[in-house]
Write a protein that binds this ligand. Structure first.
Ligand SMILES: Cc1ncc(C[n+]2csc(CCOP(=O)(O)OP(=O)(O)O)c2C)c(N)n1
Ligand code: SF4
Length: 275
C-alpha cells in the first residue's frame, strides 16, 4: 500500500532543483515512506542537512528542519538531541558534506552512539559545485579536480561508521527503493547511532564524465553490481571484486549517549560524587 506523501513535503518549495535523472529524489521519496511506516511523530522530529544538492532535502521536508553550514549537520544535530533527547533527530548529508568536511563529525557521532539517524546520499562526487572529487570518488575516476584520474583511495563509509562505533549500519541504493525504505525504517527505529548510506546517481557531474552514461545506465550499473549482504558474506574475496553489499550490514545494542549523559545529570543532582 502506498502512502500519501503530500503531508511530508512543503508544497510551496516545489518544484525541486534536482536535475532530471538525479537519484536524490528517490532517496527523499524513500525516506518519507520509511518515516510513515516507522510510526514516529512528525511533530517530534527534526531533520538537519548541510549544503549540497543532498542538503536541499531538508528544505523540501515538512518537518522542523535546519539547513546548516557545509559539513556541520551532525554537530547541529548533536546539539538538538542533547538539548531534547525526546526528539527524533535525522541528518541528511552528502558524501562531500558528510565524509569530507564533515568526516570527523561522522566518526565521533558514531563513537558516541548518539541516537541520530543519518541518511548519507552517496553520488561519488560534489554535485552542487560542479563535480570535484569527494572521498567517495573511486580511484582512477575523473572529476573537475582530477582530470587525469583520481589518485586517492575512496572510503567504505559503512566500514568506517561500524569501526567507529555506530550501532546500526546499512546501505541502500536508488535502484532498489523498496529495500531502501525498509532499511531506512529500521534505521529510524534503532536506538543509537544509525548510519544509512544510499547510493544515488548524479548523471550530470559524475555519470557522463566517467563514461557510465545517463541515469538509466547508472541504475543498470547498480543492478549489475549490488549484492545482498547475506550473499556477499558467503562469497570469497576474489568473487566480491567490484561488487557492493546492501541491506543491514551491522546492528548491535549498546548504551546510547544521551542516556549516559542523563545518568551523569542524575548523579550530580543527587549530590553524589565519584571522588
Ligand atoms: C565551508 C564550505 N566549504 C565549501 C563549500 C562549497 N560547497 C557547497 S556544496 C559542496 C559539495 C557538496 O557535495 P556533496 O556533499 O557530495 O553533495 P551533492 O551536491 O553531491 O549532493 C561544497 C564543496 C561551502 N558551501 N562551505
Ligand atoms: S548535479 Fe548531480 S546530484 Fe546535483 S541535482 Fe544534478 S544530478 Fe543531482
Amino acid at each position: 500500500m502506498d502512502v500519501n506523501i503530500d503531508k511530508y513535503l512543503r508544497q510551496d518549495k516545489l518544484p525541486h532543483i534536482w536535475c532530471p535523472g538525479c537519484g536524490h529524489g528517490t532517496v527523499l521519496g524513500s525516506f518519507v515512506r520509511a518515516f510513515d511506516q516507522s510510526g514516529l511523530d512528525q511533530d517530534k522530529t527534526v531533520v538537519i542537512s548541510g549544503i549540497g544538492c543532498s542538503g536541499r532535502a531538508s528544505g523540501y521536508l515538512n518537518f522542523d528542519t535546519l539547513h546548516v553550514t557545509h559539513g556541520r549537520a551532525l554537530t547541529f544535530a548533536t546539539g538538538v538531541k542533547m538539548a531534547n533527547p525526546e526528539l527524533n533527530v535525522i541528518v541528511m548529508t552528502g558524501d562531500g558534506d558528510g565524509a569530507a568536511i564533515g568526516g570527523n563529525h561522522l566518526i565521533h557521532s558514531s563513537r558516541r552512539n548518539i541516537d541520530i539517524t543519518v541518511v548519507l546520499f552517496n553520488n561519488n562526487i560534489y554535485g552542487m559545485t560542479g563535480g570535484q572529487f569527494s572521498p567517495m570518488t573511486p580511484t582512477g575516476d575523473t572529476a573537475t579536480t582530477s582530470p587525469y584520474g583520481n589518485i586517492d583511495q575512496n572510503f567504505d563509509l559503512c566500514e568506517l561508521a561500524k569501526s567507529s562505533g555506530a550501532t546500526f549500519v546499512g546501505r541502500g541504493a536508488s535502484y532498489q527503493p523498496r529495500k531502501m525504505i525498509k532499511l531506512m525504517k529500521e534505521g529510524l527505529l534503532h536506538k543509537g547511532f544509525a548510519f544509512v548510506e544510499t547510493l544515488t546517481q548524479c548523471p550530470v557531474n559524475y555519470g557522463k564524465r566517467n563514461k557510465i552514461g545517463g541515469a538509466r545506465d547508472m541504475l543498470k550499473w547498480q543492478d549489475e553490481n549490488l549484492v545482498p549482504a547475506k550473499k556477499y558474506e558467503k562469497m570469497d574475496p576474489a568473487e566480491r571484486e567490484g561488487l557492493i553489499s546492501t541491506g543491514i550490514l551491522h546492528q548491535v545494542v549498546k548504551e546510547e549517549y544521551t542516556d549516559k549523559y542523563k545518568n551523569v545529570i542524575n548523579t550530580v543532582m543527587a549530590g553524589e560524587s565519584n571522588e
